[in-house]
Design a binder for this molecule. Structure first.
Ligand code: FE2
Length: 284
């Protein structure tokens, strides 16, 4: 696929390409987005610039502790999270992990409630609590999907959880490669911690998953958040890399439907309707 053929919904959007801390340390960082080699540089005033392999400049911004770039013509801003403006939150980047699979697979896996009791046993789920209770999935007006009313029993739902409880979940896919999870805080059950996955589509069959957390502060420290998220994602990574094919099939019935729960099916349908091809196997 040539870069000019990449669909506008991806090409003209903002994507995370690095943690700011990494760029601050090295000043210069080379990475790939949507098959395009990009060189990032941070000047002494703290301004970031992005240059494509052909020498042309791409738009770059810093937000949520990450460097974001837009390779095409920006049609809308970087995703906004109202929670990040609340003063009693700890905003933290939680690691960037390279995964040899389509980034769409990484998003779908993040949405998949059915894997928690098996892949993250003892933390985000455990047997015999494997039944997925009914929840609601609906489209978002601005594109994407939202799943509400999800409930999962979790032995250790967050870095500060000391006992298991039924956790209320909300998932939202805001952009094809951006997914966010809201889960009830173990101290303030009526408020929710937020964890986002900003997936950088490197090629159609590889990605970097950048995790961002916005926890209520109650005893949380950034190093604990980071190691918890990296530990959890370390359990997902081999599962993701073993998925065949590496791109996400969008057609109904192309994979065994047991794996694909309601939000996964809705995600694939929305990607198909939105005309997503990069990282996908479109419906033929
Ligand atoms: Fe997982």
């Amino acid at each position: 696929m040539t870069t000019s053929a990449i669909e506008s919904i991806l090409w003209d959007d903002w994507h995370v390409v690095a943690e700011l801390a990494r760029l601050t340390r090295f000043r210069r960082f080379v990475t790939t987005l949507l098959g395009v080699c990009v060189t990032l540089e941070l000047d002494p005033t703290g301004t970031v610039s992005a240059r494509r392999g052909d020498g042309t400049i791409a738009a770059a911004e810093i937000k949520y502790g990450f460097v974001w770039i837009c390779l095409g013509t920006s049609r809308r801003g970087i995703v906004e999270f109202a929670e990040c403006l609340e003063p009693d939150r700890l905003l933290a980047t939680a690691g960037s992990v390279r995964v040899a699979v389509s980034g769409l697979r990484a998003v779908e896996n993040f949405l998949d409630l059915s894997h928690l009791a098996f892949v993250h046993a003892g933390y985000l789920g455990e047997e015999p609590h494997t039944e997925i209770k009914q929840y609601t999935v609906r489209p978002l007006a601005e594109g994407g999907i939202i799943a509400t009313g999800c409930k999962v029993y979790q032995p250790k739902a967050s870095p500060i959880a000391t006992e298991g409880y039924d956790v209320d979940y909300i998932y939202a896919v805001l952009r094809p490669y951006i997914v966010v999870l809201y889960k009830a805080n173990p101290v303030e059950l009526t408020r929710k911690d937020m964890i986002a996955l900003f997936v950088q589509p490197v090629s159609e069959e590889s990605c970097v998953a950048h995790a961002f957390t916005c926890y209520l502060k109650h005893g949380i420290d950034p190093a604990a958040v980071r190691s918890f998220q990296q530990f959890i994602f370390g359990q997902d990574r081999p599962i993701l890399e073993n998925q065949v094919p590496k791109r996400l099939p969008l057609g109904v019935g192309t994979e065994i439907p047991v794996r694909a729960d309601g939000s996964s099916a809705a995600y694939r349908r929305w990607l198909s309707d939105a005309g997503i091809r990069f990282g996908a196997i479109p419906v033929t």
